[in-house]
Design a protein around this ligand. Structure first.
Ligand code: GYE
Length: 337
């Protein structure tokens, strides 16, 4: 075999090797496109403190099943320390590529967020805002609680129309939760906007862990402390508002028209029940069905999508007893929670 023929064969083999090499490297370095089925999500939920929370949990479980996502669900029993433990567990878990946090509190997450980022985990904050640098998580998807506070004040103003002055009691959720902190702030900010009634918050107390039993006890104490002086009650969620109604009725007072007016937040099925019977005057919606948005954002993150909004506020409405039982029932029949 002549030298030149050998040389040609050697060159041909070399070229083939290079092409193969390139295709392999491009094949291997070709960026993986993730699908929902590639996602293993460690979901750190606050607990199971309310109807809203139950609907939020179902949204994540049902959507994960529908989309073929592997979901590792953790119930934090409304304790921040449990959330930190769960975070570290999911950071150590090599199968987990996405961590979703519904925060019990607003602070104390920086270290685990930094560790998750260093471990290459995608982190999405859902439901509750936290005090942490936005560079430590991909995005936050949740409600504008401050705006819900404003809407609650406007609803209270509407319900108390005809009274020159009115005394309000506020039954708060857990004091560490951004939902309660911001609703309280928004309510206080908007009260002076009421031009028909001068509203004064007589007193305000938080129910630890959003516990309605404690909410009822707080209302019972306020009824004793301010006999005959309470015109309106703002409950930071449906359970707190309903606890207030139950305490008032147990004290022989009327809840609703002609008695103490009540405003709640969430607009769960239980809230609607009290709108329909007229004891709850207004219910400000807070959307718990956040999973589809959260999983979509997580997939975007895995696929390297950048330029995402740091916060995506949820679309929400409000409902009034004045809409009438039939109309409210028709709306309720269309709702998932
Ligand atoms: O209003 C309440 C739940 O974070 C929006 O938490 C959520 C709140 C909701 O306990 O019912």
């Amino acid at each position: 075999m002549t030298k030149s023929r050998t040389l040609r064969i050697v060159v041909a083999v070399a070229v083939c090797a290079m092409v193969a090499g390139c295709s392999n490297s491009t094949a291997s370095s070709a960026k993986k496109t993730y699908t929902m089925k590639d996602m293993t999500v460690g979901f750190i939920q606050t607990g199971s403190e309310s109807g809203w929370r139950g609907a939020n949990t179902s949204s994540f479980k049902e959507t994960a099943t529908a989309d073929g996502i592997t979901l590792k669900f953790y119930d934090s029993q409304n304790k921040i320390e449990n959330q930190i433990t769960a975070f570290n567990t999911f950071i150590q878990d090599s199968t987990v590529n996405v961590i979703v946090l519904a925060a019990v509190g607003t602070t104390g997450y920086d270290e685990v967020l930094k560790a998750a980022k260093a471990a290459g985990k995608v982190v999405i904050i859902e439901d509750r805002r936290i005090e942490a640098d936005a560079s430590l998580y991909y995005t936050y998807i949740g409600s504008d609680f401050n705006k819900e506070g404003h809407k609650s004040a406007a609803a209270m103003c509407d319900l108390l129309k005809g009274k020159a002055t009115a005394n309000i009691i506020e039954l708060g959720g857990d004091q560490a939760a951004s939902a309660s902190i911001d609703r309280h702030k928004g309510f206080a900010e908007a009260l002076p906007d009421c031009t028909t009634t001068k509203m004064t918050v007589l007193d305000y107390q938080n129910a630890p862990g959003w516990d309605p039993v404690q909410g009822k006890a707080i209302m019972e104490a306020f009824l004793k402390k301010y006999p005959g002086q309470i015109d309106g009650v703002f409950g930071h969620n449906d359970e707190q508002a309903i606890a207030g109604i139950q305490a008032a009725e147990a004290a022989g007072l009327t809840a609703g028209t002609g008695g103490i007016v009540f405003v709640g937040v969430d607009a769960t099925a239980n809230g609607f029940k009290y709108l329909i019977n007229g004891k709850l005057g207004a219910d400000i919606e807070c959307n718990p069905l956040l999973a589809p948005q959260v999983y979509k954002a997580a997939l975007d993150a895995l696929n390297g999508v950048t330029g995402q909004a740091t916060w995506t506020p949820s679309e929400e409405g409000q409902f009034f007893a004045a809409q009438g039982a039939a109309a409210l029932q028709a709306i309720l029949d269309t709702r998932k929670y």
